[in-house]
Design a protein around this ligand. Sequence first.
Ligand SMILES: [Zn+2]
Length: 187
Amino acid sequence: MMASAPLVRAFDTVVLDAGHGDFDRGAAIGYVYEKHLALDTARRVQQLLEKAGLKVVMTRSRDVFVPLPGRASAGNRHGNAIFVSIHYNYSRGGSGAGAESYYYHSKGYALAAYIQAYLVQRTGMSNRGVKHASFHVIRETTRNPAVLIECGFVSNSTERARMMTGDFRNRIAEGIAQGIVSYKKSN
Ligand SMILES: [Zn+2]
């Protein structure tokens, strides 16, 4: 859904948080690690947003470990900002499929709804919806709207095969970037 967006806040900076890093591989099947997928996707989103005239701050731009409080600090450091954490999902047994977006504080809801709608539209992934959950980085980012995006399941062989291609990660990045730009325009 596109949300009636009662509280879309003006912003000029996007803090992009690529999940995991270094020894924290995140979801992993064989040599496919969430930490690599998340960083590659975040870099693609960064390029698209900069082209659209937004400032981008990356919580990591290399394969390094950043503790969760450091990520949330980056989310709180800038005024007029939004915080978007990028992850890939995992389910036991491998049957989980699709994309989902999380918020914690209510001011993150509209941003999550915009990104979710465009991500699903651009990729054709099944829509698992906008959900509320107490993940550290979106709970502790209190100053700005904060969301966490799960861009499909590493544990699902069909989705894993797609996400291993740059073309599909580009679609994911385009969906996230379009969601952010549309959210900004709705302000
Ligand atoms: Zn993750």
